[in-house]
Design a protein around this ligand. Structure first.
Ligand code: FE2
Length: 347
């Protein structure tokens, strides 16, 4: 089973009239604060936080680091942790944070209404507020329609020397590998990773955007990247980046089967949060239409509010089937995925 991230009614240009105020406390004073530990690294976050502070008077204090480091920090700090909110860009990391007792459940209709239940924690320990798909991008002039359709194809011998992907140390690739383990089993997932590593046009280097640009420049014919990086290149202020993205075509993999692997930007309230009401207001703000519009138009992530229209760029990409079956397993399969990636020689 899966759901289709499709184009629905409503409009991203609609500005929310919702006023976010912590429960029962009236407008927050200047001293109000929410401490956020975040793995996100996007320009749009500053705009989001400024908007939130403007609406609520609650100051957002952010600590940025990789999710694994933030989880370790929460463990080490225990009850004395200043964090109120944990944000990662990987459901697997949120599943792990929950399992290790670092989060507390938050029950809120605002957070569940209109967002896909398949991509949420069933018990309210964390909430997805934006969606990204890990897709194939092919050189439009060299790869014919139908020539490549699935993640599995990346390991086929005809793609020898024609594939680019960033390092396997990226949580994006670890999550994809976890979904391959879940879908194919360990043995076939290992064979897939070996085949992929053997097909690379160069040893992994740079981020997703670098793979897209290198493909556009002719170094390879296909690469893996998150949808928003492609969207950000299409809308780049740099004409060379826009031209590079213009040479590529997006393919949502595995549409004839389990669907495309997606991940989420997700937030949860920490177990020892001191500002629970502010944390909850922050989470609710992230799924407000206004914040969702910023995430989509400024950051090119898919909104989690399913009744919002996609922006024109995302609309052009079209509706796609999401792999929800492996999504639930990501946290469980991630350690296996890392081990298998190493065994496969994917650097
Ligand atoms: Fe990213």
């Amino acid at each position: 089973m899966g759901f289709i991230r499709s184009i629905c009614v409503g409009s991203l240009s609609v500005v929310s009239a919702v006023v976010l105020v912590p429960d029962g406390r009236g407008l927050a004073s200047a001293a109000e604060v929410v401490h956020v530990y975040s793995h996100r690294h996007y320009g749009v976050d500053e705009q989001l936080n400024t908007l939130f502070t403007g609406k609520t008077g609650i100051e957002v204090k952010v600590v940025n680091a990789e999710a694994d480091q933030l989880i370790e920090r929460l463990q080490a700090e225990g009850e004395s942790s200043p964090a109120d909110v944990l944000i990662t860009v990987d459901a697997g990391r949120m599943q792990r944070a929950r399992k290790e007792g670092l989060l507390q459940p938050v029950m809120s209709e605002v957070l569940t209404r209109g967002t896909p239940a398949e991509l949420q924690d069933a018990d309210g320990y964390w909430y997805a507020y934006a969606i990204r798909a890990r897709v194939l991008l092919v050189a439009a002039d060299r790869v014919k329609a139908g020539e490549i359709r699935d993640y599995e194809d990346l390991a086929r011998p005809e793609w020898r020397g024609r594939v680019l992907v960033r390092s396997s140390s990226s949580s994006y690739n670890q999550a994809l590998m976890a979904s391959m383990v879940s879908a194919l089993g360990e043995k076939r997932a290992l064979a897939w990773a070996r085949g992929l590593a053997a097909n690379l046009a160069r040893p992994p280097q740079g981020g997703d955007r670098d793979q897209i640009k290198a493909c556009a420049a002719g170094l390879a014919d296909v690469c893996l990247a998150n949808t928003y990086y492609y969207g950000l290149l299409l809308h780049s202020a740099d004409p060379a980046e826009r031209a590079a993205a213009g040479k590529m075509r997006l393919i949502f993999p595995n549409q004839g089967g389990r669907g495309t692997h997606v991940n989420v930007s997700a937030a949860g309230v920490t177990r020892h949060a001191r500002n629970v009401a502010n944390a909850r207001a922050y989470l609710e703000f992230l799924v407000s239409p206004e914040a969702q519009k910023l995430l989509a138009n400024g950051g090119q992530e898919f909104p989690a509010l399913m009744d919002l229209t996609l922006n024109p760029t995302q609309e052009k990409w079209g509706a796609f089937k999401v792999d929800t079956a492996t999504f639930r397993q990501m946290g469980e399969d991630q350690p296996k995925a890392v081990r298998l990636i190493d065994a496969a020689g994917w650097k």
